[in-house]
Design a protein around this ligand. Structure first.
Ligand code: R2B
Ligand code: URA
Length: 311
């Protein structure tokens, strides 16, 4: 059956920025951000986070710790002798959270459920802290499989689509399926493309397919199960490619949908680790991949430096 083409759907307008839209929150005496090991009773969230302007998300705790240390250098901060950056969420063991001046670096784990929990708690945290949602930006810095791109290319997502190429996230809420559009910000993307050129990173704009699984969800032939042929796989990936899908990963749909609901400016930058039209296995040497994974970080670091006027 020919798949319906949703890829040219017009983005709905963004709402007035607000980190939260929930009348119940105002009535709560205390709020426990359980997975971040922070709460409004024991932590002065205003004092800790009021100056946050850039929230950078990435899957791996190690990579987001490294990004925090990288930002220390990029923002020309000094760490006093005998001190180090602390994982603010070390009490939880679920996510890591580092703060370097106006930059938060936070890990989200793999897949939509893990990211979704974190997004709710980060959004509430910024709201409790009294940050201005019109002044804050969110970035997902990740990895992906590319379609027809040289590995190491950074894809800046124009929109995220699900495994049926639909540009919205479906959430089962109260026994109903609710659809949340997953569009990103074209003006910010244009700016990021310029910055990526200025730091010498090969980058492209394109749509990102977000799946609920790495293997069958991404049409791999090398999972523990596979009930389709190589030709089925090739046809599916080629059709996606023909509809403007540049890469495939596992969080952009939720990230874009939740950011769109807030009206906060946001972007997704994922480096491609392989060309999925050529294969499934990720076999590039570790050191080469390490350098590739730094590329989205380099672009965002330069973007932040520019915004802060750091030369
Ligand atoms: C990219 O890489 C991870 C799977 O290897 C997943 O979190 C993603 O989106
Ligand atoms: N991450 C994914 O989700 N898919 C890939 O192919 C590579 C990284």
């Amino acid at each position: 059956m020919e798949q319906e083409d949703f890829t040219e759907m017009e983005p709905p307008p963004s709402p007035k920025p607000s980190f939260v839209r929930n009348v119940n929150l105002a009535a709560m005496d205390e709020d426990y951000l359980y997975h971040l090991a922070l709460d409004t009773k024991h932590n002065d969230l205003k004092d800790m986070f009021r100056d946050v302007k850039f929230v950078c998300f990435g899957g791996s705790p190690g990579r987001m710790k490294a990004f925090a240390f990288y930002m220390v250098k990029q923002l020309k901060y000094k760490i006093t002798a005998g001190q180090t950056l602390e994982d603010i969420s070390k009490g939880s063991d679920r996510y890591v959270l580092y703060k370097v001046g106006p930059v938060l670096s936070v890990s989200h784990g793999m897949g939509i459920p893990s990211l979704s929990i974190l997004m709710h708690e980060i959004l509430k945290l910024l709201n409790h802290a009294g940050c201005d949602p019109g002044e804050v930006m969110f970035f997902r810095l990740g990895t992906s499989g590319g379609l027809g791109l040289e590995p190491g290319t950074v894809v800046i997502s124009e929109a995220a689509v699900d495994g049926l190429l639909r540009p919205y996230m479906e959430v089962a809420t109260l026994g109903m399926v609710i659809q949340h559009p997953a569009f990103l910000c074209p003006e910010l993307n244009k700016e990021l493309l310029e910055v990526s050129k200025s730091v010498g990173c090969q980058s492209v704009l394109g749509k990102t397919m977000c799946t609920y699984d790495f293997y069958e969800g991404q049409a791999r032939l090398d999972g523990a199960f596979c009930e389709y042929t190589e030709e089925d796989k090739r046809n599916f990936l080629k059709r996606a490619h023909a509809r403007g899908i540049a890469n495939i990963e596992m969080e952009s749909l939720c990230f874009a949908a939740m950011c769109h609901r807030t009206g906060v400016k946001s972007a997704v930058l994922c480096v491609t680790l392989l060309d999925r039209l050529q294969g499934d296995q990720i076999s590039t040497p570790h050191d080469v991949m390490e350098e590739w994974q730094c590329r989205p970080q380099r672009i965002i670091a330069e973007f932040i430096r520019k915004k802060l006027g750091i030369t």
